[in-house]
Design a protein around this ligand. Structure first.
Ligand code: DC
Length: 218
């Protein structure tokens, strides 16, 4: 069974997807983490973000994998190295949308995501899961929240991770990513026609989980 959860940054996708996967005993596949891992390699290899052909070449020779830890969190492997923490760095967040908008990069990632989806029942979160990666997913959700609330959540999350980052910087980054993710030519962020829309602005994490579980009716 495939459960697709899409939506903009800060709508609660990864938190909710992780909890749903844990409750159902499904695999959790964080597709954003894959674009982040490649972005880490692009920056570490000092590749110019404006040279898509070099980024594509790098994507072709990179090995990205996602493993589920027993506690429900995921381990992100880049060429067999655990990059779960560094991919959350603000410098990655700043450039990841530029890497994710490249058509050939998306093709490579989408193929991988479809392969991971064959490992068993899973919950995938991202921007194009219900529209492109798994258009025939068994259940699709689109999580959304007001912009200010999404900024608040991201700011809290980052500071919780010990990254002292200013509210204004989080706000600017989110606005920039919203813009690139939803206006790019290939697979822009949009709600699939058959996705269930959930506005999480005024909802607690537990309330969102309950709403999704009710729809899943498993
Ligand atoms: O969910 P996230 O913030 O970790 O995602 C990082 C970026 O990756 C996001 O700004 C857009 C991109 N992304 C994408 O284009 N398609 C996906 N399926 C997942 C993420």
């Amino acid at each position: 069974m495939i459960i697709a959860i899409d939506g903009p940054a800060g709508a609660g996708k990864s938190t909710i997807a992780k909890l749903i996967a844990q409750k159902l005993g499904f695999l959790y596949i964080d597709t954003g983490a894959m674009y982040r891992a490649l972005t880490l390699k692009v920056l570490d290899d000092k590749i110019d973000i404006n040279r898509p052909e070099q980024i594509i070449a790098l994507a072709k020779k990179s090995d990205i994998d996602l493993l589920n830890n027993p506690d429900g969190s995921i381990k992100v492997l880049l060429d067999d190295v655990d990059v779960s923490l560094p991919i959350r760095d603000p410098r990655i967040t700043k450039y990841v949308s530029d890497v994710a908008k490249i058509k050939e990069v998306r093709e490579i990632m989408v193929n991988l995501q479809r392969k991971f989806g064959q490992r068993g029942d899973c919950v995938l979160d991202g921007r194009d899961i219900g529209t492109v990666v798994f258009p025939n997913a068994d259940k699709k959700f689109y999580l959304d929240a007001h912009f200010e609330e999404r900024v608040n959540r991201r700011h809290k999350e980052l500071n919780g991770m010990g990254k002292g980052i200013a509210f204004g910087d989080v706000k600017a980054d989110l606005a920039n990513r919203d813009n690139i993710d939803s206006t790019r030519e290939v697979a822009p962020l949009k709600r699939a026609d058959d996705a269930i829309y959930v506005d999480t602005t005024k909802m607690s994490i537990d309330e969102v989980v309950q709403v999704l579980l009710k729809h899943l009716n498993l």
